[in-house]
Design a protein around this ligand. Structure first.
Ligand code: UDP
Ligand code: MG
Length: 320
């Protein structure tokens, strides 16, 4: 049965948010109802280990506009988003966190900019990281300055809180990569975009799910999929060391034939250490790219769905 296309699809990834998810979804839906009658809320349970899924089943009983997708394990936020975007049918899709750090009060402005002003992407940009921890703000600052320099995109303050028109989603679906980096991919797409500054609110409950190791993994993914400059560095290092080697070679030969030969033991040791570490780093960089290529070539599914709660509605036609 073909259901009518909703005006707005909400895509919300969740991971271990059982304490507040029921209440957060109520608030989000309440806000949405004031703006449109034609909507769907797609929540992706990214392999939560607590009672999140049970809470989503309850949410599905309460709301006829609700779709729940349970992934077979924790695939990470980027791939959970991907699952949501692939299931979204709306004329516009809004991606948002489940912990109310992305204020639902902004929804009406986002939708207005899309409906009335023809924005194809509305992105909410953090002007204040609000209640985020100092550690998190610091690592984000480093992450974005490195990424900006390497990729040429200005992603400072970028968040995943975005509205995307159906045609942007269509274009996004054409991007086949498995190494997802949603913020970077939507910037790469272009289109007519409008920004709304916002202040990151306090978490609704629970705690952030980004240990330093996950942030680092995301940073490496982001750099590797958006820039080949690190690879060029490797060649530059190579040339710089070749130059040094030529100079030292000439000097050594000169000493062997003309001067006295047994000097420079320290230089040899130092050189070995420096050259060795540069080679290691360079191999590491190349390895990251190869790992990324390997991941793409394997062509595995980006995520696996284990359970679904399907929305029971025939979505009401747009009425505003
Ligand atoms: N999240 C997810 N999978 C993960 C980690 C996080 O789906 O592996 C979700 C999480 O439930 C939340 C959103 O992604 O809705 C943002 O996560 P979090 O609040 O932990 O990140 P922060 O706001 O600190 O950047
Ligand atoms: Mg958060």
């Amino acid at each position: 049965m073909n259901q009518p296309i909703p005006e707005i699809s909400m895509v919300i990834p969740v991971y271990n948010e059982a304490v507040h998810i029921g209440h957060s979804l109520l608030l989000i839906e309440e806000e949405l109802k004031r703006i449109t009658f034609s909507y769907e809320i797609i929540v992706i349970d990214d392999g939560s280990k607590d009672d999140t899924w049970q809470q989503l089943v309850l949410a599905g009983d309460r709301s006829a506009h609700f779709t729940g997708i349970r992934l077979s394990r924790n695939f990470g936020k980027e791939l959970a988003l991907c699952a949501g975007l692939e299931h979204a049918r709306g004329q516009a899709v809004i991606v948002m966190d489940s912990d109310l750090q992305h204020p639902p009060a902004l929804l009406s402005r986002m939708i207005h900019l899309w409906r009335e002003d023809g924005a194809e992407i509305v992105e909410c940009v953090k002007f204040d990281r609000g209640k985020e921890s100092l550690n998190k703000s610091f690592s984000s600052a480093i992450f974005y300055s490195v990424l900006n320099t390497l990729s040429g995109f200005d992603l400072r303050g970028a968040s995943d809180f975005k509205l995307l028109d159906q045609k942007v989603i269509q274009a996004w679906r054409e991007m086949p990569e498995r190494n997802m980096f949603f913020r970077g991919m939507t910037t790469w797409l272009g289109y007519n975009r409008v920004q709304i500054p916002f202040e990151v609110a306090e978490r609704a409950g629970g705690k952030t799910q980004w240990p330093f190791s996950s942030l680092l993994k995301l940073a490496v993914h982001a750099v590797v999929s958006f820039s080949s400059i690190p690879l060029r560095f490797v060649s530059l290092f190579g040339f710089a060391f070749l130059l040094g080697a030529i100079i030292l070679g000439i000097q050594t030969l000169y000493q062997k034939f003309i001067g006295d030969a047994v000097t420079g033991f320290t230089t040899v040791i130092l050189l070995l250490l420096v050259v060795g570490s540069v080679i290691m780093i360079s191999l590491g960089i190349i390895g990251e790219y190869i790992a990324s290529i390997y991941n793409e070539v394997k062509g595995r599914p980006r995520y696996l769905v284990s359970q679904k709660i399907t929305s029971k509605t025939a979505v009401t036609e747009v009425a505003y």
